[in-house]
Design a protein around this ligand. Structure first.
Ligand code: DQA
Length: 147
């Protein structure tokens, strides 16, 4: 069997991690998270690809390009989580496991963050565990692929 690729998608403003509200999102940069996630994925026999965009359509295109090519998707959609129905629809057309990931716990924050339009098309959501969440998300995808 060929290599199993997991696509890690990062939505808007996550390129500013490390500088952006560190009291909420921590001091690790996005590159730090990607490096850690790549290592954990390799331990599970998975190849990690990462794509970050501040544009909804680019994330939609990346999800389309993952169809028939990637085994699973881990997505932190940033604020798109709360209203981007085009991302919901694109994920619904992806056949493999999908894990929704957040550094913070949106359910414990402002009311407008309590709705996720991504959750209904994800196998599950990991939120509130900071950097550990990336590792948990890879474990979740690997287990879902093993079933
Ligand atoms: C976030 C939570 C979102 O509500 C927020 O808009 C983000 C980051 C998180 O990782 O905690 O940009 O997805």
């Amino acid at each position: 069997m060929g290599e199993l690729i997991v696509l890690l998608l990062s939505g808007p403003n996550l390129n500013l991690l490390g500088e952006r509200q560190p009291e909420i999102y921590g001091t690790d940069t996005l590159d730090d998270h990607v490096a850690g996630t790549t290592a954990v994925a390799a331990e599970r026999g998975l190849v990690l690809e990462h794509f970050q965009s501040n544009h909804e359509g680019e994330l939609v295109n990346a999800i389309h390009a993952a169809r028939d090519r990637c085994a699973g998707i881990v997505i932190n959609p940033g604020a798109f989580t709360h209203y981007a129905w085009a991302i919901h629809d694109a994920l619904a057309a992806f056949e493999g496991p999908v894990v929704e990931l957040h550094l913070s716990n949106p359910a414990a924050r402002e009311p407008w963050r309590h709705t996720s339009v991504v959750a209904p098309v994800a196998d599950g959501t990991i939120a509130g565990f900071g950097p550990l969440g990336y590792q948990m998300a890879i474990d979740a995808v690997a287990d879902l692929l093993d079933r």
